[in-house]
Design a protein around this ligand. Structure first.
Ligand code: MSP
Length: 504
């Protein structure tokens, strides 16, 4: 079995989960489920980033100890993974012992390889971004993100990032698809070509973090700590054998705001520690809400729990991934959400399933009818196109063209709807029962295939569809697309899968 390892960023626990967190996680879940149904042994990691000044400040405001604070907030993120029905295989917290060991191990390795030195840092720091900024990068005295910056002057360990500039450029050149989408890759290339400065990787002015080995006055820079989570899970610093099998990651999915950390700092740390590099970093865009930037001060933060309560989990999963070409920014609009639910889920997919199964319950005694092997060209197109469809989907998923992969499945659904209208089984009922049975067989078979293919995006609804045929767990993988429905199988009636949403 081939391995596939995918990660979400780990989420800061200074705040409650919002739509941005849900989005990154859902994109990863879609890919993870796809790979798993396609026969891969999938590792899918998500979790929480619990150290650093930002989190310490948030705990101080609440007047509770940072550890108590992170325990509480991390729970909300864990709850989100459950509510989103994520198939993650672990949930890492950077306050866990395994992570402490892995960070210490990485630090010691970088140190003994001669890539860390002690000096003084003086410069600007944005706590909200947990990022150092050059004077020249500031815009009107603020970080380019609009965050406040503070002047920091303290003893600090440095990582010799400047020495890795050429090696990084060679690496990007040899691995043209390491950073996707392409536009983002160009941004990173330009940044690295512009010259890299050594990076401050420890702080002494606060205490909430992992202590530097042999110098406990220093706390590791939260980004060095956070990025290391990806190898902690693979067994770094605790189980070398596991680590060999489980690293490198195939795909880090991140938001565009944290691309530099993942495509410049992270590969440089890994090279410096003699470790293999991840195969790809994909940066997705940001959501706005009805045209406005999402921010707490505007009071327009979208709460994923409320959204799911109101519209349903699979509906939200589908909408978020279908609405925006993966990699682009997107605008969240309730009217678009309702439109997609009504037209693409309720009308296109839901009606197909409803029409065909209700018709069979009345006209084929609720069983899969006999086709007697009398398939014409149109029938064969409907029941045998899954091989081409699957190979197209594989290519799209491997390039993270998530929205396109959904479009592809909906083409199949539309074709089946056209087939039912063209073949009109309700007319055949009166003069050609044999042909009616063949048509219905093809439709049921197409619905079975659609049910299998939509599992990664809508795990609950697809399960209801596959329950119509009483299929067991081992009959639902992509390999099973090739096994056809058995004539005579009892059909089990299901409730409406996608209720329409009334537009007020
Ligand atoms: N803790 C760091 C990541 C460390 S990974 C080693 C972090 N955390 S975060 O909680 O601030 O952000 C997590 C993810 O949410 C990022 O990928 C970010 O891009 C994403 N989003 C935050 N707001 C968003 C939107 N409005 N839209 C889409 N995604 C957004 O960064």
């Amino acid at each position: 079995m081939k391995n596939f390892y995918i990660t979400t960023p780990i989420y800061y626990v200074n705040d409650s989960p919002h739509i941005g967190h849900a989005y990154t996680s859902l994109c990863c879940d879609y890919i993870a489920r796809f790979k798993s149904l396609d026969g891969y042994d999938v590792r899918f990691l998500t979790g929480t980033d619990e150290h650093g000044q930002k989190v310490e400040n948030a705990a101080n405001i609440k007047q509770i100890k940072p550890k108590d604070f992170v325990d509480e907030v991390s729970e909300n993120f864990l709850k989100l993974t459950n509510v989103l029905n994520l198939s993650n295989t672990d949930f890492i917290r950077t306050t866990q012992e395994r992570h402490l060991k892995s960070c210490e191990h990485l630090w010691s390795k970088l140190f003994s390889n001669g890539h860390i030195y002690l000096d003084n840092y003086s410069g600007w720091y944005s706590v909200r971004d947990e990022t150092y900024f050059q004077e020249s990068e500031l815009i009107n005295g603020k970080a380019p993100t609009g965050a406040e910056v503070v002047w920091v002057e303290e003893p600090s360990y440095f990582f010799n990032l400047s020495k890795w500039q050429d090696k990084l450029l060679v690496f990007y050149n040899n691995n043209p698809e390491f950073i996707l989408p392409r536009s983002r890759r160009n941004e990173v290339l330009n940044f690295v070509k512009g010259g890299l400065k050594d990076l401050s990787i420890s702080r002494t002015s606060f205490s909430w973090g992992i202590k530097v080995p042999n110098d406990s006055k220093h706390i590791m820079y939260v980004w060095l700590d956070a990025l290391t989570n990806y190898i902690t899970y693979s067994g770094y610093g605790s189980n070398e054998n596991d680590f060999k099998n489980n690293w490198p990651a195939d795909l880090h999915v991140v938001g565009k705001d944290i691309l530099r950390f993942h495509t410049v700092y992270w590969p440089a740390f890994l090279m410096a520690a003699d470790l293999p590099l991840p195969k790809r970093v994909f940066a997705h865009g940001w959501w706005t809400n009805e045209g406005e930037k999402i921010s707490k001060s505007l009071g327009n933060v979208i709460n994923p729990f409320d959204l799911i309560d109101q519209y349903g989990l699979d509906q939200v999963r589908y909408f978020l991934l279908r609405e925006v070409p993966f990699g682009n920014d997107g605008d969240f609009s309730k009217s678009h959400l309702v439109q997609r639910i009504n037209s693409e889920l309720a009308n296109n997919l839901g009606n197909l399933v409803q029409r065909v199964t209700s018709f069979c319950l009345k006209n084929t005694m609720g069983k899969v009818p006999d086709h007697k092997d009398k398939f014409n060209k149109k029938d064969l197109e409907i029941i045998n196109s899954f091989e081409t469809e699957l190979s197209t989907l594989r290519k799209l998923i491997d390039k993270q063209k998530l929205d396109e992969s959904l479009k592809e499945i909906w083409i199949k659904i539309t074709k089946s709807n056209k087939y039912i209208d063209d073949q009109a089984p309700w007319n055949l009922k009166n003069d050609d029962i044999e042909r009616m049975n063949t048509v219905l067989y093809c439709l049921l078979e197409s619905i079975r295939q659609i049910g299998i293919l939509i599992q990664p995006i809508m795990p609950n609804s697809s399960s209801k569809i596959l329950d119509i045929f009483g299929l067991q767990a081992n009959q639902r993988s992509f390999k099973e697309l090739a096994s056809k429905l058995i004539v005579g199988t009892n059909l089990i009636k299901q409730d409406v899968i996608f209720p329409r949403i009334e537009i007020q």
